[in-house]
Design a protein around this ligand. Structure first.
Ligand code: GDP
Length: 298
């Protein structure tokens, strides 16, 4: 049954019923640190990263009495410190068309993210072309066409089941002919057969390099925050089968488990280019480490 009480975050869980964070005080001892670790692990941060955060919090402060507000701030600052180096918007290059390959498992939010990105770049005055490279999923192609219409961006498609690499090549030709700034290429996300997917991605890369040896300029891995620690495994797999250059984390609106983002930053150090916070076209935001850390610990 759903919990009728509002979700209590980390801060809330440290407080008794009638306590306020500025007044309630706690000793930062081993027991307290263990409790904090458990709260971080429950937020899907993973054991290693949770331990690092609490160890850093304790440094020079073990046994000190602090207000709950101070403890929360310490924790949130530690998390923000881990996240700061990875908060980087997608770099834009002078050379065009800039080719962005978008990878990720089905359902992670690739299609939606491509639509949102296209819209943002359009709003910034860039011209964009989308290639519907998951040629096996008719629904994905249709979805992309809808997003393309919303964003005012042409979407290149190919008949169902046709070769995504040849579509990607055609899209390169069109993007170049149109003088487009960006080409966003959707890809299949069937991990059931890793070997096939690897071959498919490798072929796309091989073929677009015939037009531009530097392409793709970015390989964006889209991850679903609600899958928690599974995201770690997905980064590992996609690093094996493609040249992941940055991440977009979707569905951060629907989860108290965004902690996996901290674990990802800690483990892989890949740039987080944007976060998805809803299903609408404007629900893609730059990643703000302090805001994220405050929300996670609040
Ligand atoms: P794909 O299979 O990787 O292309 O995934 P889709 O783009 O089709 O997204 C799968 C589902 O997740 C859809 O219902 C989307 O509306 C939803 N979705 C994508 N991004 C977000 C997000 O940031 N927040 C929320 N709440 N839903 C999202």
């Amino acid at each position: 049954a759903p919990d009728p009480a509002p979700t209590r975050g980390i801060l809330g869980r440290l407080l008794g019923r009638d306590e306020t964070p500025e007044i309630a005080r706690r000793v930062l001892d081993d027991e307290m640190l263990e409790q904090l670790e458990e709260l971080l692990i429950a937020a899907d941060m993973g054991v290693d990263t949770a331990l690092r955060v609490t160890a850093n919090m304790a440094e020079g402060r073990l046994g000190k009495k602090l207000s709950v507000h101070e403890i929360k701030t310490l924790m949130s600052d530690e998390i923000a410190r881990i996240m700061e180096p990875v908060a980087k918007p997608l770099p834009l290059y002078k050379k065009t068309p800039q080719v962005v390959l978008v990878v990720g498992v089905n359902g992670s939010g690739k299609t939606t993210t491509i639509g949102k990105l296209a819209s943002q770049f359009r709003a910034a005055g860039k011209s964009v072309v989308i290639a519907a490279g998951d040629t096996f999923r008719a629904a994905a192609v249709e979805q992309l066409q809808v997003w393309g219409e919303r964003a005012g961006v042409p979407v290149l498609t190919a008949p169902q089941g046709s070769d995504p690499a040849s579509l990607a090549y055609d899209a390169m030709v069109k993007a170049e002919a149109d003088g487009a700034d960006l080409l966003l290429i959707d890809t299949a996300g069937r991990l059931q057969n890793r070997g096939d997917l690897m071959e498919e991605l490798a072929k796309i890369v091989r073929v677009i390099r015939k037009k531009d040896p530097d392409a793709p300029h970015n390989t964006l891995l889209v991850l679903d925050a609600t899958t928690g620690q599974n995201a770690i495994g997905q980064v590992k797999v996609f690093q094996e089968i493609s040249d992941v250059s940055g991440l977009v984390m979707t569905k951060l609106d629907g989860t108290a488990k965004g902690g996996v983002l901290v674990a990802l930053a800690d483990k892989f150090g890949l740039p987080i280019h944007a976060i998805g916070v809803g299903e609408q076209i404007d629900d893609l935001q730059a990643f703000d480490p302090q805001e994220f850390a405050d929300a996670l610990t609040g």
